[in-house]
Design a protein around this ligand. Structure first.
Ligand SMILES: *Cc1c(COP(=O)(O)O)cnc(C)c1O
Length: 865
């Protein structure tokens, strides 16, 4: 018989133990081992049984044991110290509190969060990144308010069938059994969020608050009594259903999320966000809700749009076109039109925001969430330098007329939260020296002072832990697959704590090429079984439930790993989650990654490995393209430009085998007389000191605050003040400029000052005549672009100088002058262009308007000697 409803009855703690409740409710424990030690002491045996889940611990521990602890002076003292430590962590000024002009609060929206294995609200990198973002924000005192959904079945757990096929199970999560508190009004009733749906339906949701250190995370949950059955299931699963289901989830996240923030700030007095950060397109409706709020406060759509854009940051996460979130236009029209339309926001305006720009890839029948995200945010970024470049190409159509380099999409490379991902032994190395470095992102040079013997000893401990835990997991998996214990004695000998260990764990979309290592099974077998320099490989990964192809890849790996001759050297561990991820990134000597370049936007698991002294062996994609320096790991050569995918895989797989055989294994097994692999350890140290400061989530947060949040707050304040006066002026100016722009022309350009044989150091004096149409000189900027030119006279990464307006004729022609320095030899060219100009613009390309000469001007291509 199945229960129709489940809930968790919480323990009533004796008053002396009340601080224990506070410690459990604050997820800071997930990155604070000292707090975990205290939990273990509550009841070591129960602690193991509940898999180190503090809420489950309090539910499972006997009342008698709690009474005992309430009398235990030593325990109470430790408890008081831990509670004090948390209070101090929560309130002391930190890095952010020393800044000027930074926003009072930032709303951060993400469809998934990886905070702890006990809160399975993530499927992969996007969620893990969001979790690390919140934790690092907490450590640095960045006042983020997180917003997400509470999925009642989270993401699936994975096991294997006897044939090695992925099986999915969706655990039933009960918020009462999670470290969450329900947001309540002052009268004690649960706060309610409502969204109107077509057909006169209303979606209701409640709001759970997870306290992630200093950062509150609001999770909306539609499983409430007022909802019909379909509406209750809106937040059932992460990325579970089809289009309609996903749309309602995203409405709840974006629109409901803003409403949840308003409720939370009203009830708790928390400052309202000045900046909103949209983490990937799924959360994009938040901008529409804020436009609705402002239009109800009597701003026009355009004015509201400007005010919202100024304070919005949008981060794109995928260079895979198929990964972009899109809905059929009809679905959006039904939600925001007809009888369900918002009175102050016309549905056509909303549809325009998500319309794909003109071009060969335009699909007029879809509403594109990434495109809307970019139109609703004045500041946009990708998540590594390479991904920034790819995104500028991918979305160039939104800024027609501008060269790809000028497309206003920047990049901030992802980072990882060290206290979450670094093994405790490694953190404690050098008497805590490393842990203070990890906070400050500085002082990494002192890694050079760590003794090689210490590093090697700790690496050995971490590898041994991986081997032992992997054996346990293998047994569990084999039992589930129907094996008896008698058949499993070999597992005790599987893997070897002294063998070079390669880790490979990730989601299994096809571009990540889980099975590349199987390209030549015999060669792989030889590497695994090499009598002198064997390697062992530990693999994990989940395929999306609807991805049959991904499940086939897993099955191929599992079948190979099942073979009797190699099963002690290559294993697939089911159910990749944060706990298994941490085990693998801490215990692996080498972290392998072989995506199809450039489809991995950033990747973060290799960063986690690096912080643990693991060495990366990876295709130069995402972050590794940027920070591989020739000595901090290995780059697998890519066969970019080889069009036949099979051939490309083969080439790259061979390069991978070669590297493992000739370089990686060689270095690992090259031992000095004292047993230490000196050349290996040199590389480990160099990895720690070169990558350590860069890969930290603290560095990432610093970059977001300085490069995006603070400038966005500045723009937002400029527009919001004085009753939105500047928002009104800016919107009116944009309309006027856009209308008048067809009248702007670069009519004539003259160059003097360099004679017939231009020489380095000469100065080219430019005089340009611009027809202004109905605009005045203040409305635009005239620039010379100059520098190296390519074979088609195209300027390559040009520099710009602004020309000065000398005079304006009565007929609306203006004359501009300026000087271009001939600062490089070789093929050199220049041109002149006009772009709109306004102090509230964040980039010259913002309006997507540009005027360039119709005919090539003067000397576009002289050669300097
Ligand atoms: C770090 C992590 C990821 C993301 O890693 P990638 O390098 O982007 O694949 C995904 N899942 C889990 C469980 C992780 O810990």
């Amino acid at each position: 018989m199945r229960a129709i409803r489940r809930f968790t009855v919480r323990t009533v703690l004796p008053p002396q133990l009340a601080p224990l409740g506070e410690l459990v409710q604050n997820l800071r424990w997930s990155w604070h081992p000292e707090t975990m030690d205290l939990f273990a002491e509550v009841d070591p045996e129960v602690w193991e049984r509940v898999d180190h889940d503090p809420v489950a611990l309090l539910g499972a521990v006997e009342a008698e044991r709690l009474r005992e602890l309430a009398q235990d002076r030593r325990f109470l003292r430790r408890l008081a110290d831990a509670a004090d430590d948390l209070r101090e962590y929560m309130t002391a000024p930190r890095w952010y509190q020393s800044l000027d002009g930074a926003p009072a609060a930032i709303g951060y929206f993400s469809p998934e969060y990886g905070i702890a294995a006990a809160l399975p609200q993530y499927s992969g990198g996007l969620g893990i990144l969001a979790g690390d973002h919140l934790k690092a924000a907490s450590d640095l005192g960045v006042p983020i308010l997180g917003v997400g959904l509470l999925y009642r079945h989270g993401y699936f757990t994975q096991s294997l069938s006897p044939e090695g096929w992925q099986l999915e199970h969706y655990p039933s999560l009960d918020p009462g059994g999670l470290p969450l508190t329900l947001l309540k009004e002052e009268d004690g009733s649960p706060a309610r969020i409502r969204i109107n749906l077509p057909g006169a339906r209303t979606l209701h949701a409640q709001v759970w608050v997870a306290q992630v250190g200093r950062v509150p995370l609001l999770l909306l949950d539609s499983d409430v009594a007022e909802n019909d059955a379909a509406a209750r299931d809106v937040t059932d699963r992460l990325y579970g259903g089809g289009g309609d289901h996903r749309l309602v989830q995203e409405l709840l996240l974006g629109i409901g999320g803003v409403r949840a923030i308003r409720a939370y700030c009203r009830i708790t007095g928390h400052p309202e966000p000045e900046v909103f950060h949209t983490n990937e397109g799924h959360a994009g409706f938040l901008g529409l809700e804020r436009i609705r709020e402002l239009t109800e406060a009597r701003l026009s759509f355009e004015e509201a749009l400007e005010a919202v854009r100024a304070g919005t940051v949008f981060t794109t996460h995928t260079p895979v076109p198929a990964g972009i979130d899109r809905f059929p236009i009809d679905m959006i029209a039904r939600q925001f039109g007809g009888s369900n339309a918002w009175p102050t926001v016309a549905v056509d305006r909303i549809l325009e925001l998500g319309a794909e720009p003109d071009g060969p890839d335009k699909d007029p029948s879809v509403f594109n969430m990434a495109v809307m995200g970019m139109r609703l945010a004045q500041r946009v970024n990708g998540v590594s330098e390479l991904h920034g470049r790819v995104s500028r190409e991918m979305f160039q159509g939104l800024w027609p007329g501008f060269d790809v380099d000028e497309v206003p999409i920047g990049s901030i490379t992802n980072g990882v939260h060290a206290p979450t991902w670094v093994g405790r032994e490694m953190m404690e190395l050098a008497g805590g020296e490393l842990s203070s470095m990890i906070d400050m992102a500085q002082g990494w040079d002192s890694v050079q002072k760590l003794s090689e013997a210490d590093i090697w000893r700790i690496r050995g401990q971490l590898r041994t832990r991986l081997v032992e835990e992997a054996r346990e997991r293998m047994k569990r998996s084999w039992r589930q697959r129907g094996a008896s214990d008698a058949e499993l004695t070999w597992v005790d000998e599987a893997l070897d704590p002294d063998v070079l260990t390669i880790g490979f764990a990730r989601r299994v979309p096809s571009y990540k090429r889980l099975t590349l290592m199987l390209s030549d099974p015999d060669r792989l077998r030889r590497l695994l079984l090499d009598p002198d320099k064997p390697v062992q490989i530990v693999i994990a990964g989940k395929a999306h439930p609807a991805d049959e192809g991904g499940k086939k890849f897993i099955q191929q790996i599992v079948r190979f790993a099942d073979s009797e001759d190699v099963r002690h050297r290559i294993v697939f561990l089911p159910d990749y989650d944060m706990a298994l991820g941490r085990l693998m990134v801490t215990g692996s000597d080498v972290w392998m990654n072989n995506p199809l370049r450039p489809l991995e936007a950033c990747g973060t698991s290799g960063m986690k490995a690096a912080l643990n002294g693991g060495l990366n062996l990876s295709i130069r994609d995402g972050w590794w393209d940027e920070w591989y320096d020739g000595n901090n790991g290995w780059a697998i050569p890519t066969a970019d430009g080889v069009d036949d995918p099979g051939r490309r895989d083969e080439l790259e797989a061979n390069a991978l085998y070669d590297l493992i055989e000739r370089e990686v294994a060689d270095r690992f097994y090259d031992r000095a007389p004292d047993g230490l692999p000196r050349r290996w350890l040199e590389m480990v140290r160099h990895t720690l000191s070169s990558l350590g400061p860069k890969v930290l989530a603290g560095r990432m947060l610093h970059d977001y605050v300085v490069q995006l949040y603070t400038p966005a707050a500045g723009s937002a304040r400029a527009l919001v003040g004085d009753g939105y006066e500047n928002a009104k002026l800016f919107a009116a100016w944009k309309l006027r400029v856009a209308r008048a722009w067809p009248g702007v022309r670069v009519e004539h350009v003259e160059a003097t000052g360099i004679g017939d044989t231009p020489e380095l150091g000469a100065r080219l004096e430019l005089r340009a005549t611009i027809a202004l149409g109905d605009l005045s000189p203040e409305d635009l900027q005239v620039q010379a672009a100059y520098g190296r030119v390519g074979a088609q006279d195209e300027l390559i990464a040009p520099s710009h100088v602004t020309l000065k307006a000398d005079s304006v004729d009565d007929d609306g022609r203006a004359h501009y002058t300026g000087v271009v320095p001939l600062d490089r030899t070789g093929a050199f060219g220049y041109t002149v262009r006009a772009v709109p100009s306004h102090p509230l613009m964040a980039s010259p390309a913002e309006l997507g308007l540009i005027a360039v000469p119709e005919e090539p001007v003067g000397m576009t291509n002289g050669t300097l000697r």
